[in-house]
Write a protein that binds this ligand. Structure first.
Ligand code: FAD
Ligand code: UDP
Length: 365
């Protein structure tokens, strides 16, 4: 295998990081993606008005893992950025995740930190065990805040009740008694200074890596000529859906440029839990710091059909995934890595970590 080329399927974080690691170790790598570009869902580009936009929705890099940060810093400089989100409830904007200011403004209170803790203690509906996303939210903030901020957003985003989703989905969102209004609290939060696509270009700029975009794995004729395959697409598709299709949630992105509007909204993202068919609006200039006389925004409309964007964390889906995973684990010549191939609700930094581990595994063979 050492002398034979490795085929990497998918040029997102999973595929690109694995490709680079193998190339640095002296392997010849052929990287393909069925899309016409590299970067996977993190791909960004200038729209027709010259505003840098994320084609597949807002991507904010955040991590506590120094090792992952160091790794990516080989390919990009960074622009410090702390993401902030407001949630619209009954026509008014509130800090989200819920913090003390959210409570004080929503209920006309003047709670201090201890008062906010007492408030949550009074309204929460204790659940034990905490199994579902409904349990998580009711257990921490009680029914009114659940109904105002979580219930309908979750229905829209997933087409499911919070009680039908594992706890981990809603547990992504913290609850705070202080006034910290940042979406993430990771030690490192930033955007690649010249965008994600440039970072991927730098990562893949290696004499041992050949990149072919617009090529579907299904159309690769000479699979036998590769010593190993790294597959980062949906795992059920790899196996011809033999146990049935794994559910993935999709989105439709509605991009819009507003000419002559310097700033559309006060923060990077505004969430609309209870209104509209879309979940949120993101204004890219907040994220990128770009100066431009106009602005570009994206609305996200969740849908069942279309490109797979999210694995859907539910017990029955994970059971189906396990059946595919059993096949995957028995493969000698194929490594599965990434959000779609591992069916995990991974953030970007977690995918980088998984790809570094996958490359180590291949090189150790
Ligand atoms: P992908 O980026 O999906 O790459 C897989 C690639 O494989 C795709 O390019 C696909 O075209 C290709 N492929 C699939 N099948 C085939 C085939 N048969 N042949 C050839 N190519 C194929 N993470 C964060 O850390 N912060 C955020 O703010 C954030 N925001 C997000 C917002 C949205 C709307 C979404 C959907 C995700 C967000 N994420 C965020 C998660 C992040 O996008 C993922 O963790 C990461 O991009 C996954 O990388 P990946 O390589 O596993 O998958
Ligand atoms: N969520 C919610 N209301 C919000 C934001 C999030 O109910 O205003 C829930 C919803 O179920 C969502 C989950 O929390 O899917 C995780 O949110 P996050 O912003 O992390 O989702 P992502 O950015 O991955 O789409």
């Amino acid at each position: 295998m050492v002398n034979r080329h490795v085929l990497v399927v998918g040029a997102g974080f999973a595929g690109s990081v694995t490709a680079r690691e193998l190339a640095d170790a002296g392997r010849q790598v052929h990287l393909i993606d069925k899309r016409g570009h590299i970067g996977g869902n993190a791909y960004d580009e200038l729209d027709s008005h010259g505003v840098l936009v994320h084609c597949y929705g807002p991507h904010i890099f955040h991590t506590n893992a120094e090792r992952i940060l160091q790794y990516l810093s080989r390919f990009t400089e960074w622009r410090p950025y702390e993401h902030r989100v407001l949630g619209v409830v009954e026509g008014k904007l509130y800090p989200f995740p819920i913090n003390r200011d959210t409570l004080n403004r929503l209920y006309g209170l003047q709670l201090d930190e201890a008062g906010a803790a007492e408030f949550f203690e009074r309204v929460r509906e204790p659940r034990d065990p905490v199994r579902t996303s409904e349990d998580v939210v009711l257990n921490s903030v009680g029914r009114d805040l659940y109904e105002k901020f979580f219930l309908n957003y979750t229905r829209k985003q997933w087409g499911l009740e919070p009680s039908q989703l594992k706890a981990g989905v809603a547990a992504r969102i913290p609850v705070r008694t202080n006034t910290d209004d940042r979406y993430f609290t990771d030690a490192f939060q930033a955007m690649p200074l010249h965008g994600y696509t440039r970072m991927f270009e730098n990562m893949l700029d290696h004499p041992n890596i050949r990149v072919d975009t617009g090529v579907d794995f299904a159309d690769v004729a000479d699979l036998g000529s590769y010593g190993h395959i790294v597959y980062t697409g949906p795992i059920d598709a790899f196996y011809g859906f033999r146990f049935g299709a794994l559910p993935y949630r999709s989105l439709r992105f509605e991009h819009e440029h507003l000419a002559g509007v310097e700033r559309y909204q006060a923060v990077g993202t505004v969430n609309y839990p209870n209104d509209h068919a879309y979940t949120r609006i993101t204004e890219f200039k907040h994220l990128t710091g770009q100066e431009h006389p106009g602005t570009s925004i994206v609305r996200e409309y969740p849908q069942a059909e279309g490109e797979p964007y999210y694995p859907i964390p539910r017990d029955e889906n994970e059971a189906l995934f396990k059946r595919y995973e059993a096949l995957a684990l028995a493969e000698d010549a194929v490594t599965f890595v990434g959000r779609l191939a591992q069916y995990r609700y991974y953030n970007m930094d977690q995918v980088v970590g998984a790809a570094l581990a996958a490359a180590r595994g291949i090189l150790a063979r």
